[in-house]
Design a protein around this ligand. Structure first.
Ligand SMILES: [Zn+2]
Length: 114
């Protein structure tokens, strides 16, 4: 089985772990026989998904299209935000005790307003 890595932070994603996958393939239109590229699966861990969705719009039409899809999917369900929050909290407890720097991510249960 292939190991999946977050495209943004290169963290390894375990099977069944919460993440966002973007499937991408290209195909020709109006050309016979139809040509189709292999599909690529691009993955983002919860932290990067939420961070991307909350961040500014990226440069480039293709990046923008992917960003809008991630915003839709992250905004539709707080589960990813919760997962990102939990991971961040876990990291803080081990590395950064009581620094009060938890303002970067929204608290679970808050839906984004677009
Ligand atoms: Zn990541």
């Amino acid at each position: 089985m292939d190991h999946l890595y977050c495209l943004r932070c290169n963290r390894e994603l375990e099977a069944g772990q919460k993440s966002v996958a973007v499937f991408l393939f290209a195909q020709t239109v109006g050309v016979k026989p139809r040509q189709k590229s292999p599909a690529q699966r691009i993955c983002f861990c919860p932290q990067c998904s939420v961070s991307l969705a909350m961040g500014p719009a990226p440069e480039g039409a293709l990046n923008l299209a992917a960003w809008q899809m991630i915003r839709d999917i992250v905004g539709a369900d707080p589960a990813l935000t919760e997962a990102a929050w939990e991971s961040l909290h876990g990291i803080e407890e081990t590395l950064l005790p009581a620094t009060g720097t938890t303002g970067a991510l929204p608290r679970p249960g808050l839906y984004f307003e677009f």
